[in-house]
Design a protein. Structure first.
Length: 349
């Protein structure tokens, strides 16, 4: 996919996102406050009425961006999509993102209207597992991914066989929840850093898309990466600190699903160990802090997450976002070397 097509995707999503967010923010705010007002106030000042539900608009912009990308990519050869048999995989990707975004939207609605804590966690996880399991099967039978796991340092590869499908589903669920945690624990905006999750996912997805330009067999994750990056950029126009709309669980879970799809479709899922280092760090710090509190009744960190701790230590939102972007960019170097290693040792496509 050349740079012209990528530019079309980004521009399409930015333009659509700017318009759609401005249109939907008053409607989302009405759910939270009960009042409807087309005037959304000062862009660079919060007034306490900022709603969630950003994932709904991001889903629409992603669909528009993907459509523009596929049309642009196949402008000269309209039959290419059917020849490469990627339409079923794109449909499966869409099913994963739509389902996860719907779950997050339901959670946001319950919390914004104060009707409860939301859906039961076990049912959310079960639904995610089923849809991710279905995606892994479709991706396998269409030849996008295989059941071998390539290990680093010339350790060879492991044939996972049938266990590949549930393991892939579990990995995708882990990524979805790590990205959601990176936004804010439990979808509580007060614990988050405005725009952090979108910035981190933007750098990760754009890095994979750039690497995909070097290796043609990464065409699918490259397309997904560009679409995700465009969606994040469109959100940040309205969602970077100080936000006029929050990601909410609809947005953070959707970005988690996109990150999981990008990771899995490279056929080298271990890239997340370096590319997703900021998400993993937040998860590890949260888990460690929870264990220490349970055992010693002491707080290990000042916040529930690593970025929450840094915020309590006086770091500004922009400083936290800059540090996260830099670490993610450094992690992308590891992604590049691992993909290069995989191309030469195993894939060679």
């Amino acid at each position: 996919m050349d740079w012209q097509v990528q530019s079309v995707v980004i521009v399409t999503e930015l333009a659509a996102g700017f318009i759609l967010f401005r249109f939907f923010i008053p409607f989302f705010r009405r759910i939270k406050t009960g009042r409807f007002d087309l005037y959304i106030g000062d862009r660079f000042k919060k007034d306490g009425s900022e709603p969630k539900f950003a994932g709904v608009v991001m889903l629409i912009t992603s669909v528009l961006g993907l459509t523009a990308g596929l049309i642009g990519k196949n402008f000269k050869d309209i039959a290419e999509v059917s020849r490469t048999n990627k339409l079923p995989v794109y449909a499966a990707c869409g099913a994963v993102v739509l389902t996860v975004c719907a779950l997050g939207t339901a959670q946001d609605y319950h919390k914004e209207t104060k009707r409860g804590t939301g859906l039961k966690k076990r049912w959310v996880l079960l639904t995610e597992f089923v849809v991710c399991l279905g995606f892994s099967y479709i991706a396998k039978i269409t030849g996008i991914i295989d059941t071998k796991l390539l290990l680093p340092f010339h350790w060879g590869n492991i044939e996972l066989g049938f266990i590949f499908y549930p393991l892939t589903a579990v990995l995708m669920i882990a990524i979805i929840n790590l990205v959601q945690l990176h936004d804010c624990p439990g979808g509580v905006a007060e614990y988050g850093c405005d725009g952090l999750c979108a910035v981190s996912v933007l750098v990760f997805s754009l890095s994979v898309a750039c690497i995909g330009a070097v290796y043609p067999w990464l065409e699918l994750p490259q397309m997904l990466g560009i679409v995700t990056a465009g969606s994040c950029a469109a959100f940040l126009v309205w969602g970077i600190s100080p936000s006029k709309i929050y990601l909410g669980q609809s947005g953070s879970m959707m970005l988690g699903a996109m990150t999981a799809l990008i990771t899995v479709t490279t056929n080298l899922p271990l890239i997340f160990l370096t590319g997703g280092i900021v998400f993993i760090a937040d998860g590890v710090c949260t888990l460690t802090g929870y264990i220490v509190f349970k055992k010693k009744k002491q707080l290990l960190f000042q916040g529930l997450t690593l970025h929450g701790h840094l915020s309590k230590r006086g770091w500004s939102d922009y400083k936290i976002m800059g540090a996260s972007a830099l670490v993610t960019l450094l992690g992308a170097v590891g992604v590049f070397f691992y993909i290069s290693y995989g191309d030469g040792i195993l894939l060679n496509k």
